[in-house]
Design a binder for this molecule. Structure first.
Ligand SMILES: *Cc1c(COP(=O)(O)O)cnc(C)c1O
Length: 530
């Protein structure tokens, strides 16, 4: 492809992207292809002769697009959002045209220098302590691929620091602390490094957050057994339910464990620190006071296209002591003079993508206000969702909603043998029949509730006009609802609510059909079912 052909093809590709976004609302959010579909359209070997560009691009539209899950769809309420803004797309396009490996300053001074500045912009946006800024010369930040990479780097650096200060401690005595709600990145880091990971139990009564007493007990137990705690991965905004580990209490415990590295994984929720009104809730003061490292993903809820995980450390030598490798061919006079950052020593690989360009474009184009407004709009749409849920007896919120995430399910009361409708008037008119029913018969077991909710979720999953994800919280099967698409409006939220009520009704009816309860039977089933 020559320059003029690229010009034409590039415009044509942008046109397709525009059409895709324009038609998103009327496109299914979920793909309906079946596993292996693509091999039926794409040959098993590359072509011997080059093919016509138009054909290649047409095949993209014909075969790839139908196999895409539309994460930017206004009815996408699953997982956590992955941001995609046009500013970010253009940033990525330009970055890919430089195809720069960015491993040291000299490999392209602009790549390093923009990242140094953008990490400070982002730190400023989130209100981080000045020690985390690159301009402090003390700590600093670098863009990583994902939050999992950020956590792995934190564990590698923490291990390295611990082994420097405790050279006598054997590797197998080291322990990484997480909770049962920590993202799998904790276990993954343990697996990669061959280090023990302890997942501390968390309670529903604490909204699944790590409490100080539970952390202290785990640390004391393990220390008594001769183990060596060296890092805690605390989470602000857990994946399942948005739980916020109690950083005030963690700070208190950490005082007694000065060599414990505190990594804060705020992959999804961290960007909400941009809004001053959410800072207290998100333990802003404690992050600034005691986190050794802090990570949030701008590629989730931060308007920057995947991938852009931002990791800050309070002391940059903690990274470089663990990761610096400088063979003669990578030495430069700028690096030797200490005037520049060589980002290869701040992450796992050598080469790195030029990701700061998209962060720069997004932050300039939105401005701090535009960024905050987007976050606030998502949270407000989630509040509207909670209000709708409160209107029906068919659904209940399972744990305190967190920012733009609500976790809910069909409650046991919705299975009561009287015909349930969403209006309280008809619920009370059925009191005559419920009088004859024992309390045990009215309270279905957890197992029953999980089966009904799984059936509810599978009804939702079989639709392609909405996407939500499931989770299990201490044994309770639930459904998650997260707002994040830039295109989502209040009508999409109301529409989602209508779908949820309809499918909940369907799941309850199906269950009733399979479990007919007549008043004469009720007395006989008053013993708890096994
Ligand atoms: C999504 C998520 C992660 C994983 O993010 P990656 O960037 O894909 O590794 C980690 N922690 C939390 C809390 C998350 O929500």
């Amino acid at each position: 492809m020559n320059v003029e052909e690229f010009r034409k093809a590039g415009y044509a590709a942008i046109d397709r992207i525009c059409d895709h976004f324009t038609n998103l609302q009327s496109t299914p959010v979920k793909s309906s292809v079946t596993p292996g579909y693509l091999a039926q359209h794409i040959p098993s070997t590359p072509p011997q002769q080059g093919e016509k560009w138009e054909q290649i691009l047409d095949d993209y539209s014909s075969f790839i697009v139908p196999g895409l899950t539309n994460w930017q769809h206004p009815s996408f309420f699953g997982f956590f959002p992955t941001a995609c803004t046009f500013e970010g797309v253009i940033g990525d396009l330009l970055a890919s045209s430089t195809s720069n490996p960015g491993f040291n300053w000299a490999s392209s001074p602009a790549c390093t220098e923009l990242e140094v500045l953008m990490m400070d912009w982002a730190a400023d946006l989130l209100g981080l302590h000045k020690d985390f800024f690159n301009s402090s010369g003390k700590g600093g930040g670098a863009i990583q691929v994902t939050a999992s990479d950020s956590a792995l780097i934190a564990v590698v650096a923490a291990r390295s620091q611990y082994q420097r200060t405790h050279p006598e401690v054997p590797h197998e005595k080291l322990v990484v602390y997480t909770t049962t709600q920590t993202h799998s990145l904790g276990l993954k880091a343990g697996k990669v490094l061959g280090i023990n990971v302890r997942a501390i139990e968390v309670e529903a009564a604490d909204q699944y957050a790590l409490r100080g007493h539970a952390l202290r007990r785990a640390l004391e137990e393990d220390t008594a057994k001769g183990k060596h705690p060296f890092i805690l991965i605390a989470t602000l905004g857990t994946t399942s339910s948005g739980a916020l580990d109690n950083m005030v209490e963690i700070k208190d415990v950490a005082k007694d464990y000065p060599s414990l590295w505190i990594h804060v994984d705020a992959a999804w929720a961290g960007v909400a620190l941009s809004c001053p009104e959410y800072r207290d809730k998100l333990y802003h003061a404690e992050i600034n006071e005691m986190a050794t490292s802090f990570c949030t993903n701008f590629h989730k809820w931060g308007l920057v296209n995947f991938d852009c995980s931002t990791l800050w450390v309070r002391d940059r030598t903690l990274l470089t002591e663990a990761l610096d490798i400088t063979p003669p061919f990578l030495r430069t006079k700028e690096s030797d003079s200490g005037l520049v950052i060589d980002y290869r020593n701040w992450h796992l690989a050598l080469g790195r993508r030029f990701r700061s360009l998209k962060l720069w474009f997004v932050l300039r184009s939105f401005g701090v206000e535009g960024f905050r407004n987007y976050i606030k709009r998502c949270i407000s749409l989630n509040s509207s969702f909670q209000h709708k849920i409160a209107e029906t007896s068919l659904l209940e919120i399972v744990t305190t909603p967190s920012l733009s995430l609500t976790v809910f399910r069909i409650p046991p009361s919705a299975l009561s043998p009287s015909p349930t409708t969403s209006t309280s008037a008809s619920a009370s008119s059925s009191s005559a029949s419920s009088l004859a029913i024992t309390p045990e018969a009215r309270e279905p077991t957890l197992e029953t509730m999980n089966l009904v909710n799984q059936a509810f979720f599978s009804r939702l999953s079989s639709r392609n006009d909405i996407l939500l994800t499931q989770t299990v919280l201490n044994g309770i099967f639930c459904v998650r609802f997260v707002v994040g698409s830039e295109q989502t409006t209040i009508n999409d939220v109301y529409n989602a609510y209508e779908i949820l009520v309809k499918e909940a009704e369907g799941a309850i009816e199906d269950w009733r059909a399979k479990n007919p309860v007549t008043l004469s039977q009720v007395g006989g089933t008053s013993k708890p079912t096994p």
